[in-house]
Design a protein around this ligand. Sequence first.
Ligand code: HAM
Length: 445
Amino acid sequence: MPVAVGRLWCMAPTIMMNSPLDIHRLQGTADLLPAESFRWTQAEQVIRGTMLRFGFGEIRFPVLEPTELFARGTGASTDIVQKEMYTLTDRGGRSLTLRPEGTPSVVRAYLEENLGSQRPVWKLFYLGPMFRAERPQKGRYRQFHQFGAEMIGAASPESDVELIALGHTILRDLGMNAVRLHLNSIGSPDARRAHNEKLLAFLEQPDVFQKIDEDCRRRVQTNPLRVFDCKNEECVRILRHAPTIDQFLTAEDQEHFARVRHGLETLGIAYDLDPRMVRGLDYYTRTTFEFKTNLLGAQDTVCGGGRYDLLVETFGGPATPAVGFASGIERILAAVGESDVAPVALPRLDVFVCGLGDNARGLTAAILSRLRGLGLSADTDFLGRGLKAQMKEANRLAARLALIVGDDEIARGRFALRQMDGGGQSEIPADPSQWDKGLFVGVNA
Ligand code: HAM
């Protein structure tokens, strides 16, 4: 069950003056500095653009939710709920959890906002941080970021294909070519009941039960299907002989799956069938899928999802089919970094203003304001340094132009505009109200 990690009570901080900083970011979390943040922003723009092209609208929901939402939605027998949630008690004694995934929140919002009564199908996407108390390693973090998409209200196999095509397109748009789709159907509850019986009989054989690890023995009691989540090599080896769900699918499940496969083949999206891929969450029915890459080592799944036709009902809503996926941004950016796609570079600064002397420094704020008002990026030196040091700074920022504002220039009513790539120097009027953007663009832009 959830681990209580703290109480959300405000205490007056004790300030220790001059003591060395001995506070570190938590394990499994990261600071993103500007160059890295820029890569993220670019990726987020690509993701949002493709989502919108596919007709998905953005939903933003709280980071903190009632614990019960995940206990019921994600599922009591999952590793997430059993051991990975960041759960705390608030001042009113309520149990709250930092969202470990987005799907239960989307379904909560769907019901709470009464979306089903407004139109039959909703296509929603989200992007943001998720939290899981997993053992950190490369590609596995405690605060990580997902983008996800959910289509609520459609039962057709074509809606599964639409979601898989969306995931495939975004990964490709982000520069991830080396991915492979793994596909399975875990069937309807009828199929799973039949499978469960045979799986349980297999797992309870003494020579199997004694060899599987403690987690898997627990899974035998709670939800035997979850044994397929196990990564322990010995368990994986034993489970190669376990009955798989594909042998138990009902005629309707098979028909649904055949149409999903046909749709993917029509789109030219290649896939591998993987009857042991059950995904680590309890709500799936029928289609499950994952995109994996060979660029990342153990944490190789960059996107995972499937159909969850019973989740809306689990929360007391009407029978409402749904399908969706989520994808880890850290893993995608790491994989793209490993591939031969050229890294995105920070955009160049348009104009660096070199203010020389007190008079000039008194003018730079107005100069910067005018340049930025014209839609240009502009920066200056705030340390009162000489021309040489300021030109060095302009180079560091990859400025296209340096605008030199010294006492002589002010006296002459003309500022010098230098092209940083060695393209020479010209003069412009000192009065910013006479400037237009044309004076500054076109030069090595
Ligand atoms: P999930 O498989 O738990 O599914 O997570 C989706 C993706 O999030 C993973 O494939 C991985 O890329 C990324 N991810 C998960 N945990 C971590 C972690 N600790 N560190 C870094 N990345 C991670 C879900 O979350 C479902 N809500 C997907 C879904 C939506 N199914 C239907 N609709």
